[in-house]
Design a protein around this ligand. Structure first.
Ligand code: GUN
Ligand code: ZN
Length: 468
């Protein structure tokens, strides 16, 4: 076993109970939490605080892949290099990233891996975009080679963007989910996916009869759920492409498990909402269809949720159902302006790319567009709020915050090394900043994959920008 000590500026977000745990441990001297910054929490009532350690160190064990400790560089070196003689430790490796920023790995809560092949497709809004581009590309995934090659390419792109976990749509071919899990398992990334359920209003080649689609999901659960770092999500595409029978069977399957996820889309586009009302004239609205079929709950993530009624927000709150906000997608498809503070007032909101309707896999670029969407509604999105949301907040929304999301000891060592001066423009602009918050805001507005210097997965370096 090798102990790795990463020296860097450290930034992450702590809950109140994380903070209590830290202050009662031996390392209280390292706690530099910013008490006066208020963030909107993803979980109602669970307060969160930024913690920034300018001259810090993160200590990890590459055998377990877990974080051992973090704190000031001086304290960590004293504890793990200078004084401790522990015979079980074969060696200590020091990584010098002083002047770089280390953050927890970014988490993307809604993204379609097969759509990496049709990202940036011109000219349509949701329903035409699906028919003219998306379904055509997804049909290619009947070929296992396409699925494997694309899964591999996509996962490497995630790492190059600093994303270490994601909730992902595959296609309706079970082998597309298998291919994704196989590659993710090899990389040891914590990922969630499932075969997409569709049995109407889509090309015949992509439709799978209700019972067969559910059997496919059941098999994938048996093979992959909680194997290593993989999790399965029951994945009906949306109310339009599933018969009531399929949605109901999906709800029954969801109810039969305690830890399996469910993901689908909700209220993204006005034509979509009108189509759902036409298909389900006797339901109170779009969300009510999912509610009736048993699809809502704490492990459910609904992408978009832009156009909702008050009663629907209330039902999201009552069921613990989470919303995934996808800024670049909403702008690209002209879907509408998502009200972040309003939705957070009702339920957990995570932030996601939604590639291929989204136009970037970078969670930093995604935050930059999220900021502009809030500006158009006279809302603000601070850098701390945004960076909290793409790390600990997204982990909380996915109920993975006991494993990932910040640097608390015993969490999994998924993190990114960020070069805040990666480009000539960033370097020039950073030189003008006076506060750390200002630097973070510049990073959020101008940063993208170019600032990601290294991505570490469970203690193992899996991407470096200087190695192509
Ligand atoms: N609604 C149903 N399917 C999709 C999809 O693939 N992308 C987006 N953005 N919305 C959807
Ligand atoms: Zn989507």
């Amino acid at each position: 076993m090798t102990l790795h000590i990463y020296q860097a500026r450290l930034l992450h977000y702590l809950t109140e109970s994380d903070r209590t745990e830290r202050t009662t441990s031996d390392h209280s001297q390292t706690l530099i939490a910013e008490q006066d910054i208020t963030l909107l929490p993803v979980i109602a009532g669970v307060r969160v605080y930024p913690e920034y350690i300018a001259d810090g160190a993160l200590v990890i064990d590459d055998e377990t892949g877990l974080i051992i400790n973090y704190g000031s560089r001086e304290a960590m070196l004293a504890e793990y290099v200078l004084t401790t003689i522990d015979e079980s430790r074969e060696s200590v490796q020091i990584h010098d990233h002083r002047h770089k920023l280390i953050m927890p790995g970014f988490i993307d809560t809604h993204v379609h891996y097969p759509q990496i092949d049709m990202i940036a497709a011109y000219g349509e809004q949701l329903l035409d975009w699906l028919n003219n581009y998306t379904f055509v590309t997804e049909a290619n995934f009947s070929d296992p080679k396409v699925a494997h090659d694309t899964a591999q390419f996509f996962l490497n792109q995630l790492l190059a963007n600093g994303t270490t976990s994601a909730m992902v749509f595959s296609t309706s071919h079970p082998l597309s989910a298998e291919a994704f899990f196989t590659e993710s398992h090899r990389l040891n990334t914590r990922m969630i996916t499932g075969n997409v359920l569709m049995d109407q209003n889509a090309p015949a080649t992509l439709c799978v009869p209700a019972e067969q689609g559910i059997r496919d999901t059941q098999n994938i659960i048996d093979n992959w759920h909680e194997r290593g770092r993989q999790h399965v999500a029951i994945t009906p595409r949306f109310a339009i492409t599933s018969t009531p029978k399929q949605l109901r069977m999906a709800g029954e399957l969801y109810a039969s498990y305690e830890s399996v996820y469910l993901q689908t889309h909700l209220a993204e586009n006005h034509d979509e909402i009108a189509f759902v009302k036409q298909l389900y004239p006797n339901h109170k609205g779009y969300l009510d269809v999912y509610d009736d079929m048993g699809l809502l709950g704490r492990r459910t993530t609904l992408a978009h949720g832009i156009h909702l009624e008050t009663s629907e927000y209330e039902r999201l709150r009552a069921t613990g159902t989470q919303i995934s906000h996808c800024p670049t997608s909403n702008l690209f498809l002209g879907s509408g302006l998502f009200d972040l503070p309003k939705t957070l007032n009702y339920t957990g909101v995570s932030i996601a790319t939604d590639v291929g309707a989204g136009t970037s896999l970078s969670m930093l670029t995604t935050l930059s567009e999220a900021y502009k969407i809030q500006q158009l509604q006279s809302n603000q999105l601070s850098a701390h709020q945004g960076l909290y949301q793409i790390t600990l907040g997204n982990a909380q929304s996915l109920v993975l915050d006991n494993k990932i999301g910040n640097f608390m000891p015993n969490k999994e060592a998924d993190f990114v090394v960020i070069d805040m001066n990666a480009t000539a423009l960033l370097e020039r602009r950073m030189a003008q900043t006076k506060t750390f918050e200002e630097q973070l805001f510049v990073l959020m507005m101008l940063g993208d994959d170019r600032v990601i210097e290294e991505t570490v997965i469970a203690g193992v370096s899996r991407y470096r920008s200087d190695v192509s």
